[in-house]
Ligand binder design. Sequence first.
Ligand code: AMP
Ligand code: ZN
Length: 511
Amino acid sequence: MTQPLKIYNSLARQKELFQPLSPPHVGLYVCGPTVYNYVHLGNLRTFLTFDILYRYLTHIGYKVRYVRNITDVGHLVGDGDEGEDKIGRMAKLEKLEPMEIVQRYTNDFHQVLEQLNFRTPSIEPTATGHLIEQIEAVKDLIDKGLAYESNGSVYFDINRYNSAGNNYGKLSGRVLEDLLTETRELEGTSEKRNPLDFAIWKKAAPEHIMQWESPWGKGFPGWHLECTCMSTKYLGKQFDIHGGGMDLKFPHHECEIAQGTGLNGTDPVRYWMHSNMLTVNGQKMSKSLGNSFLPVELFAGNHPLLDQAYSPMTSRFFMLQSQYRSTLDFSNDALKGAQKAYKRIINGLKAIKSLTYIPAEVADSSNIPGLKVSTPGVKIDEKKVEDIQKSVQGFYDAMNDDLNTAVAIAQLFNMLKYINMLYLNQLNPAALGEEGFALLKEKYVLFTEEVLGLKEEKTENDAVLSGMLDLYREYKSAQQYDKVDRIRSYFKAQNLVIRDMKHRIDWAYEE
Ligand code: AMP
Ligand code: ZN
């Protein structure tokens, strides 16, 4: 592809030029949610990172197969090998079928992602839909001598894996000896040859509601195995990019590398990408810390941490204002700033969409609404055109630099400057020339809508608003100013403003 995209590969611990295995195809796998509860804003930050990646890869011409799974079994409370299944536990608490829990929170997840204008993945497989593949993988690992059965459970054998020349810990940088010291006190590790061995199949106690028949008795798959099986099935033994939140590096992704390498004799992933955490007063936002809030609470503004409601697009914009590898701290001030900035961007989008470049020779004779080049002989302002070209390239450079959306947005604001000048009639479009104008319009719309996934949040029907503006014009020319003011206040109540300019009367979002 034409864009030299660099991404930070957590495995190599550096930015690397992205070179897919078989261009123009790209295989992308992202660990999806465990659907036992509502997603919080922190979870969404991670998914947003990969929505942007998916959008950008597509924008620059790749054909992406994007697989994001739904974890509906095997993820235990505490993220380890012991304890209750998160979904099973919720099902018991709410006296529901586990699949009712799964359906409820999957629906919620989808609804929230739609509100935030996420693109849907190409495939969204579930762990329970891939039990056969998981049982086969367990058998295969046992046959290869990399796993062993113990009391109805099956564990991955870290020592055997490492003695075959592998390095468990290479992604997270964990050292086995340190891990052993940390793990020593843990209970329930006696079935294991080495306390670091992890479960790929777990024997189910009779009260464990989610269980299946297997060659090792009734049980359920280990959490890490599903991602190995589903990514291999849909993307191959080795694929391009695997993503997830920073907190999944260990043990989840480390175990995925071990399983994939053990099963297929090849490192499963070329580029590992990890998104940093959304924090609240410096602490990771998480359900267990009690500092998380739900998207619905954010959109309605009904949570003690929130001063006001913030719309889905404001929330999206807020998260895009920082690069995905830096932490992002939630604050009302930052969100209020994001609200203002988002509205400026969207007013620009509305403005540029309403402008059409009409060459000087046709301008005078045509009745085409929109922008007219009424001043023949206006010279092209090379400096301005160059500045627009620089901003466009700057946007690509920022995205190519490990998806630096923060810098990319700054470039968009530079383009917005020219859009506003055109809109306010302070700049004659002829000064940009037809090509300069087209570049500005095309790229601004594509960057905003296609790459960043920002869209207008309509509160009112366009036809109604334009009818109101007709009345405004009529009342104004009839000098009925009380009615003019009433129309203005109607707009204001909807957080809209009437832009009464010499050359044009229009409405915009109040910034
Ligand atoms: P889970 O449903 O717990 O498996 O988490 C879904 C995704 O959200 C994972 O990729 C986590 O790494 C990510 N995640 C959880 N908490 C946060 C947070 N505070 N900020 C960013 N990502 C998070
Ligand atoms: Zn996973």
